[in-house]
Write a protein that binds this ligand. Structure first.
Ligand SMILES: *[C@@H]1O[C@H](CO)[C@@H](O)[C@H](O)[C@H]1NC(C)=O
Ligand SMILES: *[C@@H]1O[C@H](CO)[C@@H](O)[C@H](O)[C@H]1NC(C)=O
Ligand SMILES: *[C@@H]1O[C@H](CO)[C@@H](O)[C@H](O)[C@H]1NC(C)=O
Ligand SMILES: *[C@@H]1O[C@H](CO)[C@@H](O)[C@H](O)[C@H]1NC(C)=O
Ligand SMILES: *[C@@H]1O[C@H](CO)[C@@H](O)[C@H](O)[C@H]1NC(C)=O
Length: 562
């Protein structure tokens, strides 16, 4: 199938300036005095065929211009290129390299630049999250309330709606014979029924059934499947529709009782208002973050499944039969599709509040995110057979731009806080300097702590512990809403553990005032490995205008970096 699932990194900057500044979690780097960090933008299409991957081409390009230089990031999808520390002479040589487009000096002045990154497409098992960097926004991917449908009409008038993005012409299959062929794994039976619409029980293997029907060149295929990755199979290259196994009884009964079963299909139909939505996509990578487990990641969920995205005009979007189709747009799924949505919201907030730090912008997006879907039920996770999504899949929830511009309170953090975190993680001074991009100033590790002032909480418990344990968090919130204002703490969930918040009320006399509080999670999660309990702490404004919500996770999943 022609579907692309693409990870990537994208940067949202204040609307006016497109300065790309990179912060990257890259232990082991050292910096030479006369080098500087640059982001080098490359034209991926200029890559010579001899290279197996983009990364190997970039490595070779950098090695030729700057022998020994460290490449500390590779960009994919949103832009192509890499980041490296090079000297001025080496940079001049790079400019002459094949595929060089442009470069930006890095002078993840980082202040004011918001970096939004994709969580990765390695779900649904926990712990495979990318870009779990504490100073970026890490974005998970979910569905939108839009479906691309194939509408099946049976001979008796019954209509069944399934999913399909078959782009062929004509966009209808006229009434044809209709037959059920089990798993569609019998080539002889498929060949005998080529002139028919064939119904396949694809609950065991969707891809095998699709392949068999494609090879047999049947008139059309209907595939019963609730495969949790099924949206990635919707890009049919022949007339095909994915149907829910719940529709099976009606379809089979019709075939059984009809003397000459028939079906017609209409493709190219878009259905809006799908419920429930959003649903966390199976492929979206789950936390905890291996690079920094004590910061709960991902941060938020944004639309990333079946997103209309611009596409190179000379790369085909689909093949129908033997004909390649071209378009300036394609429909793509992946966390690199959700990440730009979050970047756009960040740019909007930054435009309204230009003085806010990246951490304040991120906090606004997180504390106003929605943990419920458009049926007002907790957001579900396709990767867990549609059971409730945990914050390790969706972070604080689905981004809500309208609420995010006026969050009431924000959890702020700056470069010093990140340095204290890195100190507590035992990074060396050289590593911290490289990350903080300040090679000259000394690293101050006073007050080192793993407890970053973050709008979410993750507590690790040892399943083998013989006595209850306590995990303590300290937070500071800044009033960016009306003043005076007072808020009360409301804790939900985390059954079996006790969560205490102190103080339980926060009173702000004026705007921009900061108040501190402490959260203690106590208890035992005995003999349960990889258990995830979750709940939330919400600060509710007395005036009823603001609710500032933080997810809380208590888990026995390993906090050890992978
Ligand atoms: C495959 O289908 C053919 C034709 O319907 C049938 O004769 C044959 O028995 C089937 N083979 C198997 C293994 O079911
Ligand atoms: C697409 O067009 C670009 C720009 O003209 C060109 O460099 C590239 O080789 C083309 N790619 C393909 C697959 O034809
Ligand atoms: C698919 O449906 C079966 C039967 O209803 C169910 O057991 C299974 O969990 C479902 N799988 C997914 C991924 O929804
Ligand atoms: C850092 O090193 C100290 C002393 O060796 C150790 O106790 C601590 O667990 C380490 N922290 C992390 C996050 O690895
Ligand atoms: C936990 O596991 C240990 C070792 O397997 C066992 O001795 C103990 O009874 C278990 N405790 C509970 C509460 O299940």
């Amino acid at each position: 199938m022609a579907t692309a699932v693409v990870p990537g990194i994208c940067h949202a900057v204040a609307l006016m300036w497109l300065l790309l500044v990179l912060f990257c979690w890259a232990p082991g780097l050292t910096s030479a005095a006369d080098t500087a960090a640059y982001i080098v933008h490359m034209d991926k299409s200029a890559m010579p065929r001899a290279f197996a991957s983009q990364a190997s081409w970039y490595e070779s390009t950098l090695a030729a211009a700057a022998p020994g230089a460290d490449m500390f990031y590779v960009y994919d999808n949103a832009m192509h290129g890499f980041a490296a520390r090079v000297t001025a002479d080496e940079l001049e040589k790079l400019r002459g390299s094949r595929g060089f487009v442009s470069c930006y000096p890095d002078d993840a002045r980082a202040r004011g630049v918001f970096v939004s990154t994709s969580a990765g497409n390695d779900g649904p098992d926990p712990g495979f999250l990318h870009n779990g960097t504490p100073w970026t926004l890490t974005v998970a991917s979910g569905t939108g309330d839009r479906e691309f449908a194939g509408i099946v009409r049976l001979g008796d008038g019954t209509t069944v709606i399934g999913q399909s993005m078959y782009p062929g012409s004509p966009s209808t299959i006229a009434s044809s014979g209709f037959v059920f062929l089990g798993a569609c794994d019998n080539d002889t039976a498929l060949a005998r029924n080529r002139d028919k619409v064939v119904l396949c029980d694809a609950t065991d293997s969707l891809s095998a059934a699709i392949f068999a029907v494609q090879v047999a060149k049947a008139r059309a295929g209907l595939f019963l499947s609730n495969d949790s990755f099924r949206e990635l199979s919707e890009h049919f290259t022949f007339p095909g529709v994915i149907l829910s196994p719940q529709d099976a009884p009606a379809l089979l009964q019709y075939i059984k009782r009809s003397r000459a079963p028939r079906a017609s299909i209409k493709f190219g139909v878009t259905i809006l208002g799908t419920k429930p939505a959003p649903v966390v996509a199976t492929y979206s990578s789950r936390g905890p973050s291996a690079s920094c487990p004590t910061v709960l990641k991902p941060d938020v969920l944004a639309p990333g499944s079946l997103i209309l995205a611009s596409w190179p005009e000379n790369v085909s979007v689909s093949t129908v039969g033997s004909q390649q189709l071209y378009s300036r747009f394609n429909v793509i799924s992946g966390t690199s599709m959700s990440c730009p949505h979050a970047s756009g919201v960040a740019a909007l907030i930054k435009a309204v509040h230009p003085e806010w730090s990246p951490a304040a912008v991120r906090s606004a997006m997180m504390t106003t995110a929605s943990a419920v879907d458009n049926t007002n039920a907790p957001i579900k996770d396709m990767g867990r057979a549609n059971r409730g999504a945990t914050p390790l899949a969706m972070g604080s929830g689905h981004i809500d731009p309208n609420r995010a511009v006026d969050p009431g309170l924000v959890y702020d953090a700056g470069a010093d806080d990140y340095v204290k975190l890195m100190c507590a993680m035992n990074y060396t001074a050289a590593q911290i300097k490289t990350v903080a991009q300040s090679p000259s100033s000394a690293v101050d590790c006073a007050g080192a702590t793993l407890d970053l002032n973050y709008p979410s909480f993750i507590a690790f418990f040892d399943p083998g512990a013989t006595a209850p344990a306590a995990r303590t968090f300290t937070r500071a919130v800044t009033n960016v809403g009306d003043a005076p204002a007072s808020y009360s703490a409301k804790v939900k969930g985390l059954g079996g553990l006790t969560v205490s918040v102190s103080p339980e009320r926060l009173v702000f006399g004026r705007k921009h005032e900061t108040q501190k509080y402490t959260v203690v999670i106590r208890g035992q999660m005995k003999n349960k490995t990889d258990e995830v309990l979750h709940g939330s702490l919400t600060w509710v404004d007395d005036a009823g205008k603001y609710t500032v919500r933080s997810p809380i996770v208590a888990t026995t999943a390993s906090s050890a970096p992978l």
